[in-house]
Write a protein that binds this ligand. Structure first.
Ligand code: IPE
Ligand code: IPE
Ligand code: MG
Length: 240
């Protein structure tokens, strides 16, 4: 494996399924929320590293539509940590020219969280070195259903004919319409599944699974994964 990262072969968009906070806490006989708290620190590190390496887009799966099924105490603890994260990170986002973006069923989030998100998104709206997207109350199937509803409504209105629906039009109706597809998808904690994350967008992503629990994920491992990514040959179905 190369020793140095090649700046010309960086993934433009990295997506991460940040998993394993609960197990990290359990191993230490701590409350699950302690794991989430530590996980928020790992988020800070990865955001800074991604920016430093000139990655254009970083998308983090922070809360899924399915995660609403967790106990109320865990859900509200996560919402509290999210607000604390936004409060603590807004200056870093400004200093590093990072724009905050969110995808998911945002209207399901508590009012206070939505207000904070809106404020940080507005404050960072003109930043253009990297876009940090938080997937919150996000589920790919719900996103696809929303897209189908919009296109069906347009067809009914007569503003689009079915034969004009293309992959580009589908992509333009997803929450990620302004982002390129992820080049690299990382999942921590050893689970080998996608858990309803970006199903359409990861069609040709390079996938990397690591057994590391999210709170233990750091810059060194991130760089190791990026080096692995740079060794891969992306063929997109063609012959090299
Ligand atoms: C990931 O950690 C964070 C969220 C899903 C919010 P988990 O909370 O899923 O941790 P494990 O998988 O139980 O270890
Ligand atoms: C996926 O992790 C969702 C997030 C990381 C936010 P989960 O822990 O919710 O996924 P499963 O239940 O292991 O599939
Ligand atoms: Mg999990």
């Amino acid at each position: 494996m190369r020793n140095e990262l090649d700046p010309d072969r960086m993934p433009k968009h990295v997506a991460v399924i940040m998993d394993g906070n609960g197990r990290w806490a359990k191993k230490r006989l701590l409350n699950r929320l302690k794991g989430h708290e530590k996980g928020a620190e790992a988020v800070r590190t990865v955001v800074r590293t991604a920016r430093k390496l000139n990655i254009d887009a970083l998308t983090l799966y922070a809360f899924s539509t399915e995660n609403w099924q967790r106990p109320q105490t865990e859900v509200s603890g996560l919402m509290f940590l999210l607000r604390r994260f936004l409060e603590a990170e807004r200056s870093t986002l400004m200093e590093n020219d990072i724009r905050l973006n969110v995808i998911g069923q945002i209207d399901r989030l508590p009012e206070a969280v939505r207000k904070d998100l809106k404020a940080v998104m507005a404050e960072t709206a003109a930043n253009d070195k990297m876009v940090l997207t938080l997937a919150l109350s996000y589920g790919a199937r719900a996103e696809i259903v929303d897209m189908v509803r919009q296109i069906a409504a347009a067809a009914k209105k007569g503003t689009i004919v079915p034969s004009a629906v293309t992959p580009e039009i589908v992509a333009d109706h997803l929450y990620t319409r302004e982002l390129s597809d992820p080049d690299l998808l990382i999942r921590t904690s050893g689970e080998m599944r996608i858990s309803n994350f970006l199903l359409w967008q990861i069609a040709y992503a390079e996938i990397f699974f690591t057994p590391t629990l999210w709170p233990d994920f750091g810059e060194e491992e991130f760089i190791r994964i990026l080096k692995d990514y740079q060794q891969r040959e992306r063929r997109f179905g063609a012959i090299p």
